[in-house]
Design a protein around this ligand. Structure first.
Ligand code: HEM
Length: 681
């Protein structure tokens, strides 16, 4: 029994570890997708205290046994589920929803902005007047460096319950979690387990794993208080359990939360927490280790926020009165928390997947028709070219629509991309970055083409259909082939594989999808309004990272998109360093690297005076960085030399095709085969 209890508590720790790596809805980074908790900085985050032991002593033996059959990332999430199932009494007959398919990282995630503080638990991130006045810098989620979410004792250690609720709302909404889900998760999580604060951490707890001495073999937080474990464990410094049955799923959390008034006290480690006023004897909590010993239940300041914040309070009351509703809300929110960075359900493996469509997964209905073939593709391309020749749409419009559709993809959580054809749906259709006038033009032309093609097929008794999503990509490809032909390369073929489906407006959560809206897009020289701290060129790198582009791919795409006149606002001419827009030349690079052009600042932009005369060039920081930064210049030079034109076209088409297919999980890509290999459950 004792061992079982220890296991349970260890598993409780693992529960937290699933969400340790806070997921950001703004860029999709974070989450349990890569098992990053094994690596710095997450392995040493104060809020992940003692999870090193849970992973070493509970999970490593399992990982060693099952090796490549399950990734660490999958194992961690699965163990959280098993812990909950066992405490709910439903293991193994009623498994919670679970999808595998996570791939382990073997080096810390790069390009993650955790905050600019250099010390654990420091807070220098509350400067901007955003999100209800909490002022937390975007895109950060945690209120202090090293916290998963918020300070349990209250903002900055001040036990202000109402202010604490504000912090919780900011942090959880940045994780893409609603108020209902927030209450379900915190209350549900704290229905289990206990906090550990047997004594003052500053006196007894050693360095975190990254700072600990070599012979500790990667373990940290060595505890010299008495036995150093069991009843002497020190993790957060708060101490105690929230319910009378900390290893059982019940409504005890809300029962106690609402039954008592709570008075401030301190844990043995000196942390601020709350205990009931005039507690009834029946509400004592059994000690986790010593039979016969009991304690008062506790609440954190953050727990009280679930009662005293008016919105959280109403939700908590509802859950208190309706246990089934609470259970269902917790299960769903838990699944979302642990799976939202795994991307669309087509990426999920195993037999425990939900049997219903969940809107936050951006569902795309299955195609119930045959895909278009080679002849159909040629026919559709001719129709698109006719539209260009009749000036119904321009090359620039077609390229912009395809890019706007596909480049929403984020490798961090596998959301976005051309699949689904959501560029014709709200909110994407109206995003400023997509130049609504231009995109409307393409949408109406493509909808017409789709409907006439599909109707003709039906009339002929054929089962082939074309999706709008495929047409948008085909339109971009056709425009590029035509632009290359105009540059004298008549044999250019941009690879195209049909198979994208069309989502409906009812499949699209407008609020959640809006998180994908680019506030900057250097590929289209678009600079929107944003309260994030980043320069345009930093934002370009960030977007390139989300698109998994290499440096040469990023450079060639910028240069190619410029000559194709694919800026959001084409009429401004920023970076269109060519006298033949719409023709796929390497002019951007040759003109940018012309040493006789003199560049000078002009407002937010730059002006380039050409030695040969003519209209001065206009360019953005993103354009100039292609020649001023040594690494980017090296690539730009390779596209500016006299013999580079065919390489430029070839490289541009390869990079373009990569972006168009980033969300084609159905096509065999090296990483998808690896994923399947590594997660045979
Ligand atoms: C406002 C948000 C939250 C805060 C501030 C918070 C804070 C904490 C702290 C300080 C502990 C004590 C750690 C220790 O000393 O061992 C703890 C324990 C725990 N938390 Fe949370 N938590 C939050 C939300 C959640 C959520 C969303 C879940 C899961 C859905 C969760 C699940 C747990 C569990 C299971 C434990 C017990 C761990 C054990 O028994 O070792 N918490 N939490």
């Amino acid at each position: 029994m004792y061992l079982l209890l220890c296991l349970c508590y260890a598993y409780h720790n693992i529960l937290i570890c699933n969400i340790d790596h806070i997921y950001f809805r703004f860029d999709g980074r974070g989450g349990g997708n890569s098992g990053n908790i094994r690596l710095p900085p997450l392995n040493s985050w104060p809020d992940n205290g003692n999870l090193d032991k849970a992973m070493r002593f509970i999970l490593w033996p399992l990982k060693r046994k099952y090796g490549q059959s399950i990734s660490w990332a999958d194992l961690i999430i699965l163990s959280g589920n098993v812990a909950i199932e066992s405490m709910m009494g439903i293991f193994p007959n009623e498994p919670l929803w679970y999808g595998g398919g996570r791939i382990d990282a073997f080096q810390p995630e790069e390009d993650v902005y955790w905050g600019h503080e250099h010390e654990w638990l420091k807070d220098d991130r509350h400067k901007s007047p955003v999100d209800g006045g909490t002022g937390l810098d975007k895109p950060l989620g945690a209120v202090q460096m090293g916290l998963i979410y918020v300070n349990p004792e209250g903002p900055g250690g001040n036990p202000d319950v109402i202010q604490s609720a504000k912090d919780i709302r900011t942090t959880f909404s940045r994780m893409g979690v609603t108020d209902d889900e927030t209450v379900a998760l915190i209350a549900g999580g704290h229905t289990f387990g206990k906090a550990h604060g047997a004594a003052d951490p500053s006196k007894y707890v050693g360095k975190e794993p990254e700072g600990a001495s070599i012979e500790q073999m990667g373990l940290g937080w060595k505890n010299s208080f008495n036995t150093g474990n069991g009843k002497d464990t020190i993790t957060s410094g708060l101490e105690g359990a929230w319910t009378k049955h900390p290893t059982r799923w019940d409504n005890g959390y809300f029962e106690l939360l609402f039954k008592y008034e709570w008075k401030k006290t301190t844990s043995p480690a000196g942390a601020i927490q709350w205990i009931p006023v005039d507690m009834d004897e029946e509400d004592v909590v059994p000690d986790a280790h010593e039979k016969g010993t009991t304690h008062q239940p506790i609440m954190f300041t953050t727990d009280l926020a679930l009662r005293y914040d008016p919105v959280y309070g109403a939700i908590s009351k509802q859950f208190h009165q309706n246990f089934d509703l609470f259970t269902d809300a917790f299960k769903r929110a838990w699944y979302k928390l642990c799976h939202r960075d795994l991307g669309p359900v087509s990426r999920h493996l195993g037999s425990y997947l939900p049997n219903e469509s969940l809107i936050w997964q951006d569902p795309i209905p299955n195609a119930e028709y045959d895909l278009i073939s080679g002849d159909d593709i040629q026919y559709l391309k001719r129709q698109i070219l006719d539209a260009v020749n009749q000036s119904k749409v321009s090359i620039s419009d077609l390229v912009k629509a395809a890019w706007g559709s596909a480049s929403t993809y984020r490798s961090t959580d596998h959301r976005g991309g051309a699949n689904g054809g959501r560029i014709r749906l709200e909110p994407q259709r109206s995003w400023a970055v997509n130049d609504p006038n231009s995109v409307e033009n393409v949408i109406s032309m493509m909808e017409e083409l789709q409907s006439s093609f599909n109707q003709t097929q039906q009339q002929k008794g054929n089962t082939r259909q074309v999706s709008f999503a495929d047409l948008i990509v085909l339109g971009g490809n056709t425009a590029i082939e035509e632009a290359a032909r105009r540059a004298g390369h008549s044999d250019v073929n941009v690879p195209f594989v049909p198979g994208r489906g069309d989502a409906l407006q009812s499949d699209t959560d407008v609020t959640s999808f809006n998180a994908l809206q680019p506030t900057y897009d250097g590929f289209r020289n678009f600079e929107g309004e944003s309260d994030m701290r980043a320069t345009p060129e930093e934002s370009l790198i960030d977007r390139s990272h989300l698109l998994t582009l290499t440096v040469p791919e990023m450079v060639v795409l910028v240069g190619g998109l410029r000559v194709l006149n694919a800026n959001t606002n084409s009429s401004l001419g920023e970076g269109i360093l060519t006298d033949r827009p719409g023709v796929l030349t390497n002019d951007f690079f040759t003109n940018l690297l012309d040493e006789n052009t003199v560049w000078s600042p002009a407002g937010n932009l730059f002006q380039g005076t050409r030695s040969a005369g003519g209209q001065p060039w206009k360019a953005s920081r993103v354009d100039l960085i292609m020649a001023s930064n040594a690494q980017l210049r090296a690539v730009s030079e390779s596209y500016a030399s006299a013999d580079s034109s065919p390489y430029f076209i070839n490289d541009f088409i390869n990079a373009w095709t990569k972006v168009m297919c980033l969300d084609r999980f159905d096509l065999l890509r090296p990483d998808s085969s690896k994923r399947r290999e590594s997660s045979k459950l």
